[in-house]
Design a protein around this ligand. Structure first.
Ligand SMILES: Cc1cc2nc3c(=O)[nH]c(=O)nc-3n(C[C@H](O)[C@H](O)[C@H](O)COP(=O)(O)O)c2cc1C
Length: 207
């Protein structure tokens, strides 16, 4: 049952050192690209990293950004953020990371005339950006579910994106593309307790 698979999936942050075979990673990408996307634009690409140097580029950028934020915070929040943002670094425990990247599809915004009001143009750009982000997000969920299905563990992380621009520079992400998340993948070395969910009646409103 697909619901059971969805409910059993957990965010895994501790991994065995063994590296999953490329064929398994490609299965995850196959699941990713089965996701729907607006106008079937498939506004995604997937960077797969397993070399130490790529992990280091990301880890250095994230840690630098963390330290910068810590220095900006007032002293009473510093240790709280320092502890919390340790979770931005746990991708380092994984043997493989997948970085889904996406780009906004310029649909209506490319068609409207120059005189189009700035505010409306800004709205359209945000709308087009969000539409692409939604597509890649659905692809990410497919990766997480497929991981569960084939015995891998995964964790979708946006914490590292506090250093998004630096990560994109370091990994030579093509212009116009944006990293959506860092997905840690590997054989799970933990089975986290389900953190629970809000009850259906709390999150549902029949109109
Ligand atoms: C958009 C998004 C961003 C997340 N970012 C992080 C992160 O930066 N670090 C982390 O350890 N977990 C991250 N998570 C995992 C969540 O903490 C996790 O999904 C949540 O606690 C529920 O646990 P479960 O996935 O096991 O059901 C993220 C999840 C999502 C969907």
């Amino acid at each position: 049952m697909i619901l059971e698979l969805m409910q059993n999936r957990r965010s895994v942050r501790r991994f065995k050192p063994e590296v999953p075979p490329d064929a398994d990673i490609l299965e995850l990408i196959e699941a990713a690209v089965a996701a729907p996307s607006a106008t079937n634009k498939q506004p995604w690409r997937f960077l797969i990293a397993k070399k130490k140097k790529h992990f280091e580029i990301i880890a250095r950028a994230v840690d630098k950004a963390r330290q910068h934020y810590i220095s900006l915070l007032s002293p009473e929040y510093r240790s709280e953020f320092a502890n919390y943002s340790v979770h931005f670094m746990s991708f380092q425990n994984a043997p493989i990371i997948i970085l889904p990247i996406y780009r906004a599809f310029q649909g209506i915004s490319a068609l409207v005339k120059e005189k189009f009001p700035q505010k409306k143009m800004a709205f359209l750009r945000t709308y087009e950006h969000n539409t692409a982000l939604m597509g890649v997000s659905l692809a990410i969920q497919n990766i997480l579910l497929m991981s569960e299905a084939i015995g891998l563990g995964a964790c979708c992380m946006t914490g590292p994106l506090i250093a998004r621009v630096e990560i994109e520079k370091g990994l030579l992400v093509p212009k116009g593309w944006q990293v959506a998340a860092v997905i840690a993948v590997g054989y799970p070395a933990e089975k986290p307790e389900p953190p629970g969910r809000k009850k259906l009646e709390m999150v549902t409103r029949w109109l």
